[in-house]
Write a protein that binds this ligand. Structure first.
Ligand code: FES
Length: 283
């Protein structure tokens, strides 16, 4: 571990509790996990107790105290997925990767973990690999998921990959359509919302293809900044029902249809997103 590098990361922060999360994120991005020596250094330099720092590091699922692989596969073992046979999916991943949940392959390529709910219960058994959802997973698909994960999701062809599907979205508050055919992304109408950053609101366009991750901004938001998102029609802030499973920032909800939302992380650069098929309540 490079002590100077950690000190540099801490120096760039203002040392409050919110900044602790940003410090730990940067350390984890550098080392793929949070080394114990780094946590001790963060405690010493910020004036927080080591217990406080451990509390933050262990509260958020996105942080790991053990080295992680280049890719992360999470298998949901929540009730809805469990009754649909998720344990057999976990066993198949264990067999194929030769590691137990919580472990990383010896070549540091893939970490395997289990989670309690991914917010897509109707799609169970659900698996998420590097932020991409695989619905209704069967044992026979496990080997292919591993291969695709190693190939890296960014190389997926949005035209031919059947995990990429289009979502027509609207504002969950005023119900106006957010689709913008005049500014296509990935060859389809984009999703137009506003982002509040740099002291004003600016248009932010997202690909309407679930799983794509393509965005376009007229005035780029600084990386890692958490910014509220707004409906361009009613000008209200998009509601938040969840915390991002990747980084712990608030997620903003866009309406797919009654009671069903596409939630996206409000932190610039985080790819955290989920399809929430549970009934969302706006009252
Ligand atoms: S129980 Fe698996 S996604 Fe909710």
């Amino acid at each position: 571990m490079d002590t100077e590098n950690i000190l540099e990361i801490i120096k760039r922060s203002d040392k409050n509790r919110g900044a602790i999360i940003a410090i730990l994120e940067e350390i984890q991005a550098t080392y793929t996990y949070l080394p114990e020596a780094a946590l001790r250094l963060v405690a010493e330099e910020t004036g927080h107790s080591l217990t406080d720092i451990y509390g933050v590091a262990t509260f958020y699922k996105a942080f790991s105290l053990k080295p992680r692989g280049k890719h992360c596969i999470s298998v949901c073992l929540g009730t809805a997925c469990h009754v649909r046979g998720a344990q057999a999916i976990v066993d198949e991943f264990k067999y194929e990767l030769k590691i137990a949940p919580g472990g990383t392959t010896p070549d540091n390529e893939i970490s395997l973990e289990t989670v309690n709910c991914l917010g897509a219960c109707a799609l169970g058994p659900t698996v998420v690999a590097d932020g991409h959802y695989f619905p209704h997973v069967t044992k026979g698909e496990v080997r292919e998921i591993i291969a695709r994960t190693k190939e890296e999701m960014e190389k997926i062809n949005t035209e031919t990959d059947d995990r990429i599907f289009r979502l027509p979205l609207s504002c969950p508050l005023c119900k106006a359509s957010l689709m913008d055919p005049d500014h296509p992304l990935d060859g389809h109408p984009s999703v137009r919302i506003d982002v509040s950053a740099n002291g004003r609101k600016n248009p932010l366009r997202l690909s309407s293809l679930y799983g794509s991750g393509a965005v376009a901004m007229e005035d780029p938001v600084p990386l890692n900044q958490v910014s509220p998102l707004f409906c361009p029609h009613c000008d209200e802030e998009l509601p938040s029902f969840s915390i991002c499973p990747e980084c712990g920032s608030p997620m903003a909800a866009l309406l797919v249809r009654a009671g069903c939302a596409w939630e996206i992380c409000t932190r610039r650069g985080c790819r955290g997103h989920l399809l929430n098929l549970n009934q969302i309540n706006l009252s």
